[in-house]
Design a protein around this ligand. Structure first.
Ligand code: BG6
Length: 486
């Protein structure tokens, strides 16, 4: 039974890219965790496929090594390894050759009990893979397909992929992955907003001055040179993760938690995004510097060539609807920044009148900080009076009202985002997957940004590794009298 209350069983899981980095770091450890907790049916078979010529036994060894390396500490040594490995088998496949898919279907055997496919592949192999799956009959009503990014790099190329998929699978069978939606803290955004009375009445232009969304990373290219240089921060992080965070922060209350209701509300926000002008954004590229005390190279040294790709972007966005009139959303993301941090900061408006002013009391407007990672907390800055007899006036200070989610739920397991997403894929609950109209709205906005860059010849500005990005990103908010929350 999935969280939507619908039971749509599936008796086989087919993993493309089964020998790749994502499979080793995330997918295998996630499925193992689900297996260990008894969350997947005992008869669910898992078939891996990739180009490497491996036997079933060799694949099981590869999986065992990956688990030894990437399994979180609290998951080790619980005696479930062998039963997990027994579920695995492997079929080598060159996805560019349609005739190989017959063998894959044979390996899968009877899929009348339902098949879930997890597809992460190079964009160049996408259409051939869908074609191959179709020709081998791996497309019936009881098959669903999870699609990992990159799914194109603009609206046109994403349409080509989505059209190719639509030839073989209906939208209901198509599960587009944005791993941020699998993160517990991201889902918690909805709980914070819609399970509490106190925030929602102020959650609009009447109560909020502006919102900041930061997703900063300390890592650089991490060996993904070709992909990253063709992609850049805007398409790698803003088009998907940051816009999903923005949509969840800004959407109206959905009718309930079903996939249609939630996604209907998100897409309305995404469609209301105003096109961004040149003076509302900053591109950056990291240079030399030090991150966490360690000297690191600049981007072009990491890449070993000159490049015009941005590794940082800051945007002042607007949502043109009633709720968010005149409330800027400042977004920033980048690599090799000062610290790893994903957070949403809600800056409320000031009180209409300061009754403490004559006694010297200065007020700061309330601020709600929702930290998604690495720590998980919600912190509300509220004004309080400093203790004292106030002979020389009243001193007010903002003090945090802290809700540490990691502490409050210290007994719950910290799950990898892919655990949730794979389980939902296996059970057929699409709520946390991205619908085609959302992806289209995201690309439309991002493509228009790239056009503005081209028209204005906007090149990335250099910033030192270990900083918070180019100084222009600071100026972007400061000229509105706003400072980034740091
Ligand atoms: C991926 C991007 O989608 O998200 C990476 O391609 C980025 O460049 C990663 O590092 C960040 O994810 P997380 O979960 O570590 O915040």
């Amino acid at each position: 039974m999935n969280s939507a209350g619908v039971s749509t069983p599936c008796s086989a899981l087919l993993l493309f890219g089964a020998t790749g980095d994502l499979a080793k770091r995330m997918l295998l450890p996630s499925i193992f965790a689900l297996h260990e907790d008894g969350l997947i049916a005992a008869d669910l078979r898992i078939v891996g496929t990739a180009r490497s010529e491996l036997s079933d036994e060799e694949y099981r060894s590869l999986a065992e090594e990956a688990l030894a390396e990437y399994l979180p500490d609290d998951r080790r040594g619980n005696g479930q390894l062998q039963t997990f490995l027994d579920r695995l088998s492997y079929h080598p496949l060159d996805a560019s050759q349609a005739d190989g898919f017959g063998g894959l279907a044979e390996k899968l055997g009877d899929i009348s009990g339902g098949l879930s496919i997890f597809l992460s592949t190079a964009p160049s192999l996408f259409e051939a893979t869908i074609e191959g799956l179709k020709s081998a009959g791996l497309t019936g009503k009881n098959v669903r397909i999870g699609l990992e990014k990159p799914l194109g790099n603009n609206l046109a190329t994403s349409d080509v992929i989505n059209d190719a998929v639509a030839e073989a699978y209906s939208e209901e069978q198509t599960f587009r992955i944005d791993h941020y939606l699998g993160k517990e803290t991201v889902q918690n955004l909805m709980a914070l907003r819609f399970a509490n009375m106190m925030f929602e009445p102020l959650w609009n232009s009447g109560g909020i001055d502006h919102i900041e969304i930061t997703v900063s990373e300390t890592v650089g290219l991490e060996g993904r040179h070709g992909f990253y240089d063709d992609t850049g921060a805007l398409r790698d992080m803003v088009q998907n993760h940051m816009l999903q965070l923005l949509a969840l922060t800004a959407m109206e209350a959905p009718a309930n938690l079903d996939a249609t209701s939630v996604r209907d509300e998100k897409v309305k926000v995404l469609r209301s995004l105003r096109p961004v002008t040149a003076d509302e954004m900053v591109r950056g590229q990291y240079g030399d510097g030090a991150v966490k005390g360690e000297a690191v190279n600049g981007y072009t040294d990491d890449l070993d060539q000159v490049s015009g790709t941005e590794t940082f972007v800051a945007i002042k966005a607007h949502i043109d609807n009633w709720r968010w009139k005149d409330v800027p959303f400042y977004l920033r993301t980048g690599k090799r920044l000062s610290e790893r941090r994903s957070e949403i900061v809600i800056q409320f408006k000031s009180v209409p009148h300061n009754i403490f002013a004559e006694r010297g009391g200065k007020l700061h407007a309330n601020k709600l900080v929702i930290r998604l990672q690495p720590e998980e907390y919600v912190r509300l800055q509220v004004m309080a009076k400093e203790p004292g007899l106030d002979r020389d006036g009243v001193t007010l200070r903002d003090v945090p009202l802290d809700l540490s989610l990691s502490q409050a739920f210290s007994k719950s397991r910290n799950r990898i985002a892919y655990e949730r997403l794979l389980l939902d894929l296996i059970e057929g609950d699409p709520t946390l997957f991205v619908r085609r109209d959302e992806v289209e709205a995201q690309w439309r906005w991002v493509d228009a940004i790239r056009e503005v860059w081209d028209e204005n010849d906007m090149k990335p500005k250099p910033y030192g590794s270990g900083s918070w990005g180019p100084s222009a990103a600071i100026a972007l908010t400061e000229r509105d009298g706003v400072s980034w929350h740091e």
